[in-house]
Design a protein around this ligand. Structure first.
Ligand code: HEC
Ligand code: HEC
Length: 360
């Protein structure tokens, strides 16, 4: 034991010597004040431009976007330090290559326990009116707090534990100071930074966007699929409307009979007429986000199209826009192929490969 300690001392000493030689700034995280602080708070404010044809972006005044905040948020988003035992990061369930969702029907938490719902793609969420399949959180800031202590997700015992870990880290105290000018940061700053990063996850360069901007043409099959999608024939456009390919509202699209296993929006409002309603997911990058629906019940776009083609299951809250319930859409097999080919034009590889979003 003695010799071990000795060895440890020597290692510590040599680290210290190297530090002095290279003139690295050393600080004691447990005991620093403004006087001893060597950090700067000179935030570089960032203006997020709305792509052509998209509505304006509204950033909450209490959380202005800064380069420092976005970079900190990106680091936190990819860092398992927020979870119990440092095993799971937000990006484990929200992977960039899958448009920030994951290829699993429901999500599994840090201890392998299954959750109840399919992870959601994080794309153009700066325009979200509320978060989660049932809208249980309003802002992205509010949403970001939830997975960290959720027993079926990252399962940290408490936020104060997480903050302690972050304060002991060699980078985070400086990064929080640079982003927010605070030494004594807390969960609200973690949430703000993550929300700033999430607000940069903007997709506007899919094949379909380029077509809308008159930059390219679609194939004959894709054009036929577009017609089905955009007209009463398939009638997808009412709920999955351009540019977000969602109306950001809650609907029952006829998946289940009553009583509903998951009441969805009804869990939040308590209103019977909201039972079985879920937020319309954006179809951006939908070819990459299988499995589908709030519980990941469909493995392929073929299965999804089959669901809509069948007309869906009748219930007291099924949406009036589900007009084909009981009769079916009567799509031919060529129609189905065309509709799927059209949905594949929603893939935006500039988004899924954007190096600004990954952690390298
Ligand atoms: C265990 C997997 C898992 C982890 C870890 C996880 N999420 Fe999620 N995320 C989900 C699931 C599942 C949903 C849908 C939840 C629901 O509707 O009940 C979701 C929903 C969301 C949404 C809502 C998107 C929308 O359009 O409404 C956001 C934003 C989000 N997560 C961000 C995060 C952030 C930030 C973290 C890390 C602090 C995180 N998630 C960690 C699985 C996960
Ligand atoms: C009444 C509104 C409405 C209409 C019309 C509608 N959808 Fe949906 N769509 C939704 C809702 C709501 C969900 C999520 C339902 C759930 O998970 O409980 C959804 C889910 C999906 C999904 C799964 C996406 C994912 O990430 O899980 C796909 C794909 C989809 N719809 C395609 C279509 C197509 C194609 C059409 C036209 C044939 C269409 N939708 C018509 C509301 C609608």
């Amino acid at each position: 034991m003695q010799s071990l300690l000795k060895k440890y001392n020597i290692i510590l000493l040599s680290v210290f010597l190297i530090s002095c030689e290279r003139d690295i700034e050393v600080y004691d995280v447990n005991n620093f004040t403004s006087d001893t602080l060597m950090f700067n708070f000179e935030p570089n404010y960032v203006l997020v431009n709305s792509p052509d044809g998209f509505p304006p972006i509204e950033i909450p005044s209490e959380n202005p976007m800064t380069e420092e905040g976005i970079l900190l948020g990106k680091k936190l988003f990819h860092d398992p330090i927020l979870s119990k035992n440092n095993q799971q990061s937000c990006s484990n369930c929200h992977m960039q290559g899958f448009s920030f969702t994951e290829p699993s029907s429901v999500s599994f938490g840090v201890e392998g326990k299954p959750g109840f719902r399919n992870s959601m793609a994080l794309v153009n969420i700066v325009w979200n009116k509320n978060q989660n399949w049932d809208g249980s959180a309003i802002s992205l800031e509010e949403q970001a707090l939830e997975p960290v202590t959720n027993p079926l997700e990252m399962n940290s015992e408490s936020w104060s534990n997480v903050i302690q870990k972050l304060k002991k880290d060699s980078d985070y105290p400086r990064l929080f100071y640079e982003a927010f000018g605070v030494e004594n940061f807390d969960s609200s700053h973690v949430a703000k930074a993550i929300a700033q990063f999430e607000r940069t996850l903007i997709s506007s360069n899919s094949k379909f966007d380029l077509f809308i901007r008159n930059e390219i043409n679609l194939t004959t099959s894709e054009l036929r699929g577009m017609e089905i999608y955009m007209t009463e024939k398939g009638d997808c456009f009412h709920c999955h409307s351009y540019p977000f390919l969602t109306d950001n509202d809650f609907h029952n699209n006829g998946l289940d009979p009553e009583p509903f296993l998951d009441k969805g929006r009804g869990n939040i409002t308590g209103e019977i007429y909201d039972y079985g309603k879920f937020k319309t997911p954006s179809l951006r990058n939908v070819a990459l986000t299988a499995p589908y629906m709030h519980d990941g019940r469909f493995n392929s776009l073929e299965e999804v199209v089959e669901h809509y083609n069948s007309g869906g299951v009748e219930s007291s809250t099924i949406d009036p826009l589900m007009k084909f319930v009981g009769i079916g859409q009567g799509l031919t097999s060529q129609d189905k192929i065309d509709l799927i080919n059209f949905m594949k034009t929603f893939t935006d590889t500039m988004f899924t490969q954007n190096v600004n979003f990954n952690n390298f």
